[in-house]
Design a protein around this ligand. Structure first.
Ligand SMILES: Nc1ncnc2c1ncn2[C@@H]1O[C@H](COP(=O)(O)OP(=O)(O)O)[C@@H](O)[C@H]1O
Ligand SMILES: [Mg+2]
Length: 222
């Protein structure tokens, strides 16, 4: 599913260069649930952005489902991203003035899905995350855990094989966090590939495998 070989990322700010990824080798098979751990500044978000086709590497190769995506143009990359990847963020990133329903519908609107298909899919997803009765509520009327469940439903709108989550429980109390992790576990059991950044070994314990990054290089793979 994901195969990175000697992947590098250099950020340039004026004349200053910073090598955030220094030759990463990482392979994730279809259907794995993997945690990515590492100290602040070690390159986790940089790696997630490249995996999710939000950014491109400056060296090495990245194969996504067998296709080399390291040299794609911006437009090609956004096409791949729309089809293959769903994102979940620590801060939920929902549209504040849109209802739960509208937030989940948005990716399908962008991708030109027809109204009946959108409606069916949104209802199905909101039911799956246990928020069908909350569909007309806006994010401010929902708890943090509920907002994150809306964000997960939105991430799955286009039915991507990969779910990327950058500290998805970082803003949640432990009970809501557990609900999110239980939801991830059921998505994983249904065949979704999940990669989750976390600082917490208790959270990483929900996944089957933990990879560690330090100073832009993979450390250990447990
Ligand atoms: N756009 C950028 N321009 C320059 N340096 C960056 C940029 N993004 C991240 N960095 C640097 O790259 C390193 C890795 O950052 P990041 O991937 O965000 O780490 P993490 O998510 O593990 O905290 C940090 O030293 C950070 O300062
Ligand atoms: Mg980060």
């Amino acid at each position: 599913m994901i195969d990175m070989r000697n992947l590098k990322k250099v950020y340039k700010t004026g004349s200053i260069e910073f090598e955030a990824l220094k030759g990463v080798f990482l392979k994730i098979e279809k259907g794995e649930f993997v945690s990515l751990m590492g100290p602040s500044g070690s390159g986790k978000s940089t790696l997630m952005n490249i995996i999710g086709c939000l950014d491109t590497p400056t060296g090495g190769s990245y194969y996504l489902e067998g296709r080399d995506v390291s040299g794609l143009t911006f437009d090609q990359l956004s096409e791949v991203r729309n089809q293959k990847v769903g994102f979940v963020f620590q801060s939920f990133n929902l549209l504040p003035y849109a209802t739960a329903y509208e937030n989940v519908e948005l990716p399908m609107l962008y991708n030109g899905k027809k109204a009946p298909e959108r409606r069916q899919r949104v209802d199905e997803l909101l039911t799956m995350v246990g928020l069908y009765d909350w569909r007309k509520h806006r994010p401010t009327e929902l708890s943090g855990g509920q907002q994150q469940r809306v964000a997960i439903a939105r991430a799955l709108a286009m039915d991507p094989p990969i779910l990327l989550a950058d500290e998805p429980t970082g803003n949640l109390d432990s009970k809501s966090g557990e609900e999110i992790l239980d939801l991830f576990t059921s998505l994983w059991k249904a065949g979704r590939t999940i990669l989750m950044v976390t600082h917490d070994t208790k959270i990483a314990a929900y996944s089957q495998r933990t990879v560690h990054i330090l100073d832009g290089k993979m450390e250990a793979d447990i």
